[in-house]
Design a protein around this ligand. Structure first.
Ligand SMILES: NC(=O)c1ccc[n+]([C@@H]2O[C@H](COP(=O)([O-])OP(=O)(O)OC[C@H]3O[C@@H](n4cnc5c(N)ncnc54)[C@H](OP(=O)(O)O)[C@@H]3O)[C@@H](O)[C@H]2O)c1
Length: 347
């Protein structure tokens, strides 16, 4: 495999978002020679960005997007699902294809909706798959990344919207509690994005194609920092304690338990009362004015079911393809419940 030495320009959309901030950070600190350009509706660059490499854009204006993307080799889309985001994504694809951007990572970053079964048979996931096909047709080397659930807040794997209820100290599961759930750290997702950009650009976007192209033909990449069962999650809490109470000597972490809903009747009954949109403070603060509660309920309910029956366990994944023997980074595990402390200190 030839390792390219030319500087590549990576454009990122959503670099101030809940996931994008981590990906932006990891792209900037990657071992590869990347110049990073941020595209946003806002005038101010994201944290860690600078004015020279920041473009304020109107996502309805394809010509303006073309200007912003000129000279870029890869586009990494970390756009959220606010307002007219679908039209914005399509305009981005048109602009990227028009100015010769080679690679495109779509704003997927969630469940593997190609997994057979009914949980992911929903328009929101059909739309994501259709977008990949559409982008490929426009000539972009398109890749979607499936990391499972985020480890870090907000909206990570562990919140009341997925049955993990700090109020009652109960992890309610739509299954036995022994099915692993794949989670990924947002920092690992960032490392994977940087590695994918590098591998694709250095082996597929070259005049003389090297004999090995590790990602050739792959449209979907599954990564897994740590797959863990609900019972194992509870063990982590028991071992770690609840930090806020530790100092006061009132550590109630041992109260945490799994409530396994092993029959369909139990699941249906629980779900009819489930407070899926009950948010913690961090999650509430991250919500935009256009947050759609009904939609959030529908999606969270489907993810809750998938977590319980193994549909969110990436038994096979592309970890080794991207990061053989953890040569490039160490996958992070669910090891405590202050998961956001370290990344936050980085920004
Ligand atoms: N696996 C998981 O557990 C999990 C959890 C949450 C999200 N996700 C996925 O991760 C991806 C990113 O989500 P996120 O929560 O990080 O996003 P987010 O924070 O809600 O939004 C990221 C950025 O996207 C831009 N944006 C949003 N709507 C837009 C629009 N209509 N037009 C143009 N730009 C728009 C905004 O950037 P500017 O304001 O700078 O323009 C915003 O800051 C999504 O695909 C989401 O489905 C996965």
């Amino acid at each position: 495999m030839s390792e390219s030495t030319a500087r590549s320009v990576i454009a990122i959309v959503g670099a101030s978002g809940t996931l994008g901030a981590y990906i932006f950070y990891q792209l900037k600190h990657s071992p590869y020679d990347f110049e990073i350009r941020t595209l946003s509706r806002k005038l101010t660059p994201p944290k860690g960005g600078d004015k020279q490499n920041h473009c304020q854009v109107d996502f309805n204006n394809v010509k303006q997007l073309e200007e912003a993307l000129k000279g870029c080799n890869f586009l990494v889309n970390c756009m959220g699902t606010e307002g007219a985001y679908h039209a914005a994504k399509v305009n981005l694809v048109h602009a990227a294809a028009a100015v010769g951007v080679f690679g495109y990572i779509t704003s997927d970053f969630g469940v593997d909706y190609n997994f057979p079964g009914k949980h992911f048979d929903h328009p929101c996931w059909h739309e994501k798959r259709d977008h990949i096909e559409y982008s490929k047709k426009q000539g972009l080397r398109t890749i979607a990344i499936f990391p499972g659930l985020f480890q870090e807040a907000p909206f990570g794997a562990f919140g009341p919207w997925h049955g993990f209820d700090p109020e009652t100290r109960t992890f309610v599961v739509a299954g036995t509690g022994h099915e692993p759930i794949t989670t990924s750290s947002k920092l690992d997702i960032g490392s994977a994005v940087a590695r994918i950009c590098h591998l694709v650009l250095s082996t597929e976007d070259t005049k003389d194609k090297p004999p090995t192209q590790p990602l050739a033909g792959k449209d979907y990449i599954r990564i897994a920092s740590h797959s863990i069962t609900p019972y194992e999650v509870i063990k982590v809490i028991h071992a770690h304690g609840e930090t806020e109470n530790k100092t006061s000597g009132d550590d109630r972490s041992k109260d945490w338990k799994v409530d396994a809903l092993t029959t369909e009747e139990m699941r249906a009954k629980f779900q009819s009362t489930m407070k899926l949109v009950v948010m913690d403070d961090v999650a509430r603060a991250a919500l935009g004015p256009e947050f759609d509660i009904e939609f959030a309920n529908e999606i969270a309910g489907r993810v809750f079911r998938a977590m319980g029956d193994g549909s969110l366990h990436f038994k096979t994944n592309d970890n080794e393809l991207l990061n053989p023997g953890q040569k490039y980074w160490k996958w992070r595990s669910v090891s405590n419940f202050e998961r956001d402390t370290i990344p936050k200190a980085l920004f």
